[in-house]
Design a protein around this ligand. Structure first.
Ligand SMILES: Nc1nc2c(ncn2[C@@H]2O[C@H](COP(=O)(O)OP(=O)(O)OP(=O)(O)O)[C@@H](O)[C@H]2O)c(=O)[nH]1
Ligand SMILES: [Mg+2]
Length: 583
């Protein structure tokens, strides 16, 4: 037989195709394509390695194994007069000669013959031998075969068991070629002709048309291989008539249409799977659509919330500034009114001035500040609760949509997972909303803000300490004034000392207020910003298992789409190559 049935280009194409297909297999495996679909593709790909499959059948002792040995030119299989081949045996290419008994009825033999890279041959036990093994032959190998060599022995042509077997395999519509082996046993051509006629006649009855029949002698062909003398060798070879059979086999296997079909078959399987995966991906896209909308809404509302907190906090904190600003105004006014010469009699009464200062200036500033801070806290708590409610509404809407659409089946594993996630996230959000305790949240916040404020240097110069500091300053200036009165004249006191003291007291007071305002502003800003940030991250933490999953799914689906498109492109490129390479 020829060493190779493929041209170089066809061999290259075959290699490339195998590579592309194994890549398709790998990629599809990553995409959760059902295992049995992958197995189908794997099998179809493997069949490229068994590009041509010849199945040899016939009764025991017909010389099936001998015929295969003759065609391979090597004694690969055992021959014998008693039933010899006991298992269906696949002979394929391998680096070394090996025999693997797969099970009782099936064995694989490998042999390093180049021809076996393209042609796999199945040898079989006699048709009259163990029936169980025929099932494998008729159901597994015959359907996959390109050619069935129906071998019958010239000394008992077409036996009853062969005939029955022939009927069984006809259903597959396979090409069956008859080999009348052991043609060397006949003394003359007439006897051979008689045997031929017999086979033709009976086979025609079964097939409905005359079969193709090759009388050969496997034995003579084997002898020819072993013969050293060229003339003898050629004579034996001619007498074996094996060339005619081999030419026929090559011609059949070389058939362009059939070869194209062989090359295309696994591509069709791969395309089919890719289409399936594409449909799955499209379904997943649809399933994800509603979630993307929900996630977008969730993200938009949380971002808007974050933004609101940022811009609404400033005017609220400005209210606190305002309280201090009014305090400053009152203070300055107080000094203007109090620290004057006409008031000199009162000035010596430091405790009275301090009382007046507390009453007129300090007033209930601490309480006002407290109230405003409390207002901010209430605002924050209320906003937070409303945000949680909003998030819950979105999740509930999504769940309701799920319930409506669940009728058509549970959907992909991803869809199921996603639904469980929404359920989980929804429940946790629900629990938070339902157990939201405004009072508790507010008092917790108040503690946090107080702590933050207390941690600043403010406490010393703060509202609490303010009265003390201011009155100390006042007292000292008042005492000084008493001293001055004792020592100097009223004119000097009135013209220079009192305005000077007034200015000093005002400056001092203003400085303290500014420090107080800055410190308080910063402490409150920091405290509220950190509380806002906490609120935001608590929200985000709660919904993130869901949003993260939806984002990841979206990304995965996009990638899968690109990948499938690429694979499809590779397959059609191969198809185009098959058209040009096999013709
Ligand atoms: N005279 C002659 N004998 C042959 C020829 N081919 C095979 N034989 C002999 O026939 C016997 C059976 O050959 P096998 O090849 O073992 O037959 P088989 O069909 O494989 O038989 P099982 O494996 O038992 O089914 C052996 O002794 C072979 O030497 C041939 O062309 N002419
Ligand atoms: Mg045999």
């Amino acid at each position: 037989m020829r060493q190779s049935m493929l041209t170089t280009d066809q061999s290259l194409l075959l290699n490339d195709e195998k590579e592309v297909l194994s890549n398709v297999l790998l990629r599809l495996a990553e995409m959760d394509v059902p295992r049995d679909s992958l197995a189908t593709l794997q099998k179809a790909t493997q069949q490229l390695d068994e590009l041509f499959l010849i199945v040899v059948v016939g009764e025991f002792n017909a010389g099936k194994s001998a015929l295969i040995n003759a065609m391979l030119g090597e004694k690969v299989l055992a021959e014998g007069v008693t039933p010899t081949t006991s298992r269906v045996t696949l002979i394929k290419w391998g680096e070394a000669k090996t025999e693997t008994v797969v099970d009782e009825g099936y064995a694989i033999v490998t042999y390093p013959l180049p021809l076996l890279k393209e042609v796999n041959i199945v040898d079989s036990p006699g048709t009259n031998a163990i029936i169980r093994q025929h099932e494998r032959l008729t159901d597994e190998f015959v359907p996959r075969s390109d050619l069935v060599l129906f071998t019958t022995s010239a000394d008992r042509p077409l036996t009853e068991s062969e005939h029955q077997f022939l009927q069984r395999i006809l259903a597959w519509g396979k090409k069956v070629v008859f080999v009348l082996n052991k043609s060397d046993i006949f003394e003359d051509e007439a006897a051979l002709q008689e045997a031929r006629e017999y086979v033709l006649k009976h086979a025609t009855l079964t097939l409905g048309e005359p079969p193709i029949l090759f009388p050969v002698s496997a034995r003579l062909a084997q002898r020819a291989r072993a013969e050293q003398d060229e003339a003898n060798r050629q004579q034996l070879r001619a007498a074996s008539r094996l060339d005619e059979l081999e030419r026929y086999i090559s011609g059949t296997l070389d058939d362009t249409a059939r070869l194209k079909l062989k090359f295309s078959n696994p591509l069709g399987v791969a395309e089919n799977l890719i289409d399936g995966a594409g449909t799955a991906v499209r379904t997943q896209t649809e399933e994800l659509q509603e979630d993307k909308v929900t996630v977008d809404s969730l993200e938009t509302t949380v971002t808007a919330y974050e933004h609101d907190l940022e811009i609404e906090l400033a005017p609220r904190l400005a209210e606190v500034d305002n309280i201090l600003h009014k305090l400053e105004m009152r203070g300055l006014d107080f000094f203007d009114r109090t620290l004057r010469l006409t008031n000199i009699h009162h000035l010596v009464r430091g405790d009275r001035i301090r009382m007046n200062f507390e009453k007129e200036v300090l007033n209930d500033v601490s309480q006002q500040i407290n109230e405003q801070v409390q207002n901010i806290i209430d605002w924050l708590v209320e906003k937070d609760l409303r945000e949680w409610q909003q998030v819950m509404t979105y999740l509930q809407r999504r769940q309701a949509h799920n319930l409506e659409h669940i009728v058509g089946g549970a959907g992909s594993p991803q869809a199921v997972h996603r639904r469980e996630l929404i359920d989980k996230v929804g429940k946790s959000v629900n629990t938070i909303v339902e157990s939201y305790d405004r009072v508790k949240e507010a008092s917790q916040l108040a503690v946090n803000v107080e702590n933050a404020v207390a941690q600043t240097a403010l406490f010393e110069a703060g509202a609490v300490g303010l009265g003390v500091l201011v009155s100390t300053a006042l007292l000292s200036s008042a005492l000084d004034i008493t001293g001055v009165i004792a020592a100097g004249t009223l004119a000097i006191v009135g013209l220079f000392v009192i305005p000077y003291k007034r200015k000093q007291a005002k400056d001092d007071f203003r400085k303290k207020i500014i420090t107080l305002r800055e410190n308080l502003h910063e402490a409150l800003t920091t405290a509220f910003k950190s509380e806002s940030a906490n609120a935001i991250s608590r929200l985000r933490d709660n919904i993130s298992p869901y949003t993260r999953f939806v984002h990841a799914e979206d990304e995965r689906i996009q990638k899968a789409k690109t990948l499938l498109a690429d694979l499809r492109k590779n397959l059609s490129a191969l198809r185009a190559r098959i058209e040009t390479t096999v013709d």
